[in-house]
Design a protein around this ligand. Structure first.
Ligand SMILES: C[S@@+](CC[C@H](N)C(=O)[O-])C[C@H]1O[C@@H](n2cnc3c(N)ncnc32)[C@H](O)[C@@H]1O
Length: 522
């Protein structure tokens, strides 16, 4: 214990014990600390920033965190369009900024603080003229980088936070992307904005690197925009992360515990699509974030027993093995691009054969995801090639869940009982899989619970004559509606998931009333 003293944060008497989490507020007793917790929790950080050679900075939980507890809520340092964006405004709704000519959607945007600095430099060069509104425009490749660079003078505190972030410029150097960025951004910005001596190519490329490594895609607009946050950038990645990410209506990012987290645990989010196979996730992380993932999922070729990337032995040519019901997987967790081996008959196949199967299946899945019947057909056709929880099968199964009874609630009333049951079985299968492999995928989990609650309510409606069963179905439906609420409550109302959350709340309230009335009449 350090021997400073201060005034108890609850009763104000002099004392020398401090909150063990933040070491900032004094308490005279554990009781007073508990009494003040509701208040103190708002400013007591849930984590400590740590550092090591392998990962750089990362966050570790300061205390035990309960499911749903907010770990961090933060406003962005800077936001902007992603590199490959067409001017986001429909041409018909477009107005030019009266000072610099940039396309703007409103007077409000023209006057926004975020536009002020680039407006000055754009006006100083004689204005900007954008005529094509459909394809990605080259100037959009630069705008976020320019915005960051201009903060050096206009907002030094923000610049200071931004410039401390990882850029991986040394690793990215000379890659195809880096060479293209040098031409299209690092050379373009000084030339176009007539600011030849303001920044070196190296400085501009470092900022671009910071944007690539730390940018979060914010889905509040279509297309999504990119935001960079100071502390949020320090979360490490895990393919089975323990922290979920949501956004507020105003673009703040909110991170919250997706399960119980113990004091001392690393806090992780998923930088990639947690429902891709290991090879795809690893390639994506290596190409975009420059590291090899060694999370528990990546270290286990079976992906926690799900065989999420495995291929059936009988699916690959060579007549002699057609009867084998084993599975092909790589021979080690670093060998995804070498020969794969059947776990039962030990037959090996070259990786290029595996790739052929995956490419064909990927193309077929894209074609077949259009409607219920084609999804069912795909699952049937590919059941001889992939085990049931293969990631491509799961992708199609998730689409199928949405498609069965899609549209307004009446649609569910029109579908056959067989299809309804299929929907529920798929929901349960996908929920089990997602909670094991991707526990922080709150949107998928919330939506699956919502679909299950709708199925159960519909089954109750259809089976009204069987009293006992009907009661149980309604109770289960309420259970899943409440789960959907838990998983989706931090989603903003502009997103589909925020709308599903609002509907789940209405439905849960109605279900409670129905159940109460039934209990009274029994
Ligand atoms: C958004 S930054 C995270 C903060 C960064 N560690 C720092 O010190 O600024 C992403 C970078 O952190 C490192 N990183 C994050 N998660 C990692 C992991 N699971 N394994 C190895 N490196 C990781 C990688 O260098 C990655 O490019």
């Amino acid at each position: 214990m350090d021997h400073q003293s201060g005034l108890c944060g609850f009763c104000g008497i002099k004392c020398d014990k401090k909150c063990a989490s933040c070491h900032k507020v004094f308490y005279c007793s554990a009781k007073h600390q508990r009494e003040d917790w509701k208040n103190h929790k708002k400013c007591c950080p849930a984590f400590t920033i740590c550092q090591d050679v392998k990962m750089g900075r990362f966050l570790v939980a300061n205390r035990n965190l309960k499911f749903g507890e907010i770990v961090l809520k933060e406003a962005p340092i800077v936001t902007g369009p992603s590199q490959l964006t067409a001017p986001e405004i429909q041409e018909k709704n477009m107005r030019k900024c009266s000072k610099c000519g940039w396309p703007m959607c409103s007077q409000e945007c023209e006057e926004a603080e975020s536009h002020a600095e680039e407006c000055k430099v754009s006006a100083a060069r004689g204005g900007v003229s954008i005529e094509h509104f459909v394809s990605p425009h080259p100037i959009y490749q630069c705008i976020l980088t320019l915005r960051c660079l201009l903060m050096q003078n206009s907002c030094p505190e923000k610049w200071d936070k931004l410039s401390q972030l990882e850029s991986h410029n040394d690793v990215r150097k000379d890659s195809l992307q880096w060479l293209s960025d040098r031409e299209h951004v690092a050379k373009f910005i000084p030339r176009f904005f007539k600011m030849e001596h303001k920044w070196t190519e190296e400085e501009i490329l470092r900022v671009l690197g910071i944007v690539y490594i730390n940018g979060h895609e914010v889905p509040l607009t279509d297309p999504p925009y990119v935001a960079i946050y100071a502390i949020a950038s320090l979360f490490e990645h895990s393919c089975c992360a323990n922290v979920a990410k949501s956004f507020t209506e105003t673009g703040d990012v909110v991170f919250w515990a997706a399960r119980e987290i113990r004091k001392g645990d690393h806090l992780s989010i998923c930088y990639t699509d947690a429902l891709w196979g290991t090879l795809e996730r690893q390639q994506h992380l290596k190409e975009t974030k420059m590291f090899n993932c060694n999370c528990q999922r990546c270290l286990d070729i079976t992906e926690l027993g799900t065989n999420f990337s495995a291929i059936k032995c009988g699916a690959l040519p060579e007549a002699s093995s057609l009867t084998c019901d084993g599975l092909f997987l790589p021979q080690g967790n670093k060998d995804w691009k070498n020969d794969w081996k059947c776990g039962k008959c030990s037959r090996c196949v070259q990786f290029k054969e595996i790739q052929k199967v995956l490419q064909k299946a990927g193309k077929d899945a894209t074609k077949m995801k259009g409607n219920v019947q084609s999804c069912i057909q795909f699952i049937e056709d590919y059941s001889t090639i992939f085990p049931p929880k293969h990631f491509i099968m799961c992708d199609v199964k998730c689409v199928l869940v949405q498609k069965i009874g899609e549209g307004d609630p009446q649609e569910l009333q029109k579908i056959s009982e067989d299809l309804l049951v299929m929907k529920a079985e798929l929901c349960n299968e996908m929920l089990d899989l997602i909670s094991l492999l991707a526990p922080a995928e709150n949107r998928s989990r919330g939506c699956m619970h919502f679909e299950l609650h709708a199925f159960l309510a519909e089954m109750a409606r259809r089976g009204v004559e069987y009293e006992v069963e009907c009661q149980a179905l309604l109770e289960k439906s309420l259970f899943h509606a409440e789960k959907a609420i838990q998983w989706l409550e931090k989603e903003p109302s502009v997103l589909v998931e925020g709308k599903i959350y609002a509907q789940a709340k209405i439905n849960a309230d109605s279900l409670k009333i129905v159940l109460r009335m039934r209990n009274l009449s029994m």
